[in-house]
Design a protein around this ligand. Structure first.
Ligand code: ADP
Ligand code: MG
Length: 695
């Protein structure tokens, strides 16, 4: 039997069951079945006495003799009660279905091992539909201390494929194999990674005898899935480099130093290092694929602009992509302000650019009159007529997955652009090594000097008046304020109501003409949004009421307070990102997390974490632990994250180890274990979203 053998060829499966397993659990091959791991194990060595069951709420095992048997009720209400007794007491076993059959099996005086979940009702201990084993058959467990439990579905259960049915199937498949079963890890790898063989691991994960068995099995199977992932990611990385050349950009140019000298502030050491690393990549004729990670406010935009200046010095165009129209507008404003004194021409293209304007813009692009184009992600579409596109900068990368990145490498033409990806918030180390593992990484791990930590407070509804008083004093000092409301698709209408109510309340509290309030949300047209944004940016309004459209990238240094309404409804990374909208100048800034009175444990933890930490790297790690990688933006569509056992938040060491090992394998010439690794990649190959094909 092979790893990829369709289940239909497994003895006892047949076409119908194969169809069900595919439909219900997406299990199609022997591999799928063997990698369908138990979700828990019942400890079959552990027996409770009946009196001890009073204290148990989970599935437990006990044993005793049948001392009574009675049928209650009639028709649909008919049920079978059996009394089970040991030396410490007795309990009721109850059946609502299959009564006749049970009645014939259970004889007064016979001994049974009973497995189930105890209920207590009016001082009476009972178990409904327990699993029964004749006590004499105990030997049949043959020392398998842990009994695997598999999740199944209602419809599979009716077809004999409940947990036990699946267990039987897996046992049978494993019995058809032995230690000679093909293993993509030769002995040398097993030794190096200190892990057992694949066959051994599968045996032990399904039927462990001891806790140690289970741990050894998990280690091996994690190593296997991680090595496959790393090889794939590293291959994308190498192949992307050699697919097509990029234009080398050796010159720095005189505009670079002109810009540098008129900046008005000193670059941080981290920014200088980042620019150096980027320029080192740009010099080469292999495409750069670099991830620039920096906390909010670490000054990524300047780095991007300086990269664009280098491209310009080598007479190439730069395209800067951002996720939203508002952000495109903002970036365009700030970037063109930085570049126009250098006679570097910037323009903007978004989904709402009118056709006429677009045509004129295309003409100028193709003639090389536009040097830097800012726009929304739609820009990756081929067919935008750059004269010589040399550099693509993707800002706020969380919304820009592996898929879209891969698409960039599909661009037509003889050359690929250099690509610089910038994150909105730091990425946990493990994600950087996996989901973003195809990119080289630069860290901006330093904030510009003079930044004061943002004072963060958690306030409840009852403190609202005090909060408003505080806002008033900040406005009187000449500062501006953000008030952000959550907007979540499922309850959109309700959310807009909250936003509107919040806005009305603020207008009452801060009435015109003394106070002016902007409001921005998704229901406004792009012109309206831009207008409101600009009023706030220009200081005409003191308060900006908004949904999370302002989450990313907006830069108003005069804003000193960020109020986040219903803060419990935001994720940690998102809260941190929002908070980063203030504290961008030299004034003391504040973030106020408004929540209801009742908070879940987890929400309280999130608020606390934010109050205590200003460090985006720390916060992103916490976020990963709290929410799991599936919920982090950008990971779900990555298609690379098919990890069954590895926990990104916990297996950091192992991930780093395996990544180093994968690099070692790839870098030796010829690559180590070539055929074995091909096998491994095939074993973990290609589901629909596998972008290694593209590379
Ligand atoms: P982010 O990394 O969040 O995108 P920005 O690039 O928007 O951060 O920069 C935040 C603010 O810090 C901007 O107003 C920018 O002009 C300013 N800034 C950037 N680098 C420095 C520096 N080295 N010293 C002082 N201010 C800086
Ligand atoms: Mg930014």
């Amino acid at each position: 039997m092979q790893w990829q053998t369709p289940l239909i060829y497994v003895k006892g499966v047949g076409p119908q069951r194969a169809e069900w397993l595919k439909k219900e659990l997406q299990l199609e091959t022997v591999k799928d079945l063997l990698l369908y791991f138990p979700f828990r194990y019942n400890d079959r060595t552990l027996f409770y006495t009946i009196s001890e069951l009073e204290q148990r709420d989970e599935f437990v095992q006990t044993r005793g003799k049948i001392t009574g048997l009675r049928i209650h009720g009639t028709g649909a209400k008919k049920r079978l009660h059996a009394e089970l007794t040991d030396s410490t007491g007795s309990m009721e076993l109850i059946w609502f279905k299959g009564i006749k059959w049970m009645e014939q099996r259970l004889k007064i005086g016979t001994s049974w091992i009973v497995f189930g979940k105890p209920n207590r009702f009016k001082n009476q201990l009972s178990m409904a539909h327990p699993e029964l084993t004749i006590a004499d058959e105990l030997k049949a467990f043959q020392g398998e201390h842990f009994d695997p439990v598999y999740s199944s579905t209602e419809s599979l259960k009716t077809k004999g494929l409940d947990s036990n049915g699946i267990k039987r199937l897996i046992r049978q498949v494993l019995q058809g194999m032995d230690a000679t079963w093909p293993d993509p890890f030769p002995a040398a790898i097993c030794q190096r990674l200190q892990c057992v063989s694949r066959y051994q691991a599968l045996l032990q994960i399904h039927f462990p005898k001891h806790q140690q068995d289970l741990e050894a099995a998990r280690l091996r199977l994690k190593a296997e899935e991680l090595l496959a992932l790393q090889l794939r990611v590293l291959r994308i990385k190498t192949k992307a480099k050699f697919l097509k050349p990029a234009y080398p950009m050796p010159a720095i140019g005189h505009l670079f130093s002109q810009f540098y000298n008129t900046l008005g502030f000193e670059l941080t050491t981290a920014q200088k290092r980042a620019i150096k690393e980027i320029h080192n990549d740009l010099k080469l004729d292999t495409p750069m694929n670099r991830l620039l990670q920096g906390d909010v406010g670490s000054g990524k935009t300047i780095v991007a602009v300086m990269a664009a200046i280098i491209a310009h010095a080598n007479s190439y165009q730069t395209c800067i992509m951002v996720p939203t129209e508002i952000l495109a507008q903002q970036h365009f404003n700030s970037i063109s302000a930085l570049l126009s004194p250098l006679q570097i021409h910037t323009d903007i293209l978004t989904g709402s650019t009118p056709t006429k304007t677009r045509q004129a813009l295309f003409k100028k692009l193709s003639e090389g009159q536009i040097h830097v184009l800012v726009g929304t992600h739609a820009l990756i579409e081929d067919g935008i007529p750059f004269l010589k596109l040399g550099l693509v900068i993707i800002d706020e990368q969380h919304r820009f997955g592996v898929a879209q990145r891969a698409k960039l490498t599909e661009r037509s033409g003889t050359h690929l652009p250099h690509v610089l990806v910038m994150t909105a918030t730091p990425i946990p180390r493990t994600l950087a090594m996996t989901v973003y593992g195809d990119l080289d990484t630069t860290l901006l791990d330093e904030l510009p000097s003079g930044r004061k930590p943002i004072v963060t407070k958690h306030a409840k509804e009852s403190q609202r008046l005090a909060v408003w008083g505080f806002l008033r004093s900040q406005i009187e000092m000449g500062h501006q304020i953000y008030v952000v409301f959550p907007l979540i698709a499922e309850s959109e209408t309700l959310d807009y109501q909250n936003l509107q109510q919040g806005y009305d309340a603020l207008v009452q509290e801060f009435p015109p003409p003394l106070f002016q309030i902007s409001i921005v949300h998704g229901k406004l047209t792009n012109e309206q949004k831009a207008l409101e944004m600009n009023r706030f940016v220009n200081g005409e309004t003191q308060i900006m009421v908004a949904t999370t459209v302002i989450e990313v990238g907006v830069n108003v240094p005069n804003a000193s307070v960020m109020v986040i309404e219903s803060a419990e409804r935001f994720g940690l990374a998102q809260l941190h990102q929002l908070r980063g909208r203030v504290g961008r100048g030299n004034t003391q800034s504040y973030c106020i997390l408004m929540t209801g009175l009742k908070l879940s444990q987890e929400a309280r933890y999130r608020m606390q974490a934010l109050v205590q930490s200003q460090n985006g790297f720390e916060i992103s790690e916490l976020d990963l632990k709290l929410r799991g990688p599936g919920n982090l933006e950008g990971t779900e569509q990555s298609g690379l994250l098919q990890l069954r056992l590895t926990q990104l938040a916990e297996d950091t060491m192992l991930i780093a180890d395996i990544r180093a090992f994968a690099m070692e394998i790839m870098q030796s010439q010829p690559p180590l274990f070539n055929t074995h690794m091909e096998q491994l990649l095939q074993d973990y190959a290609a589901h629909k979203n596998d972008y290694s094909r593209i590379a």
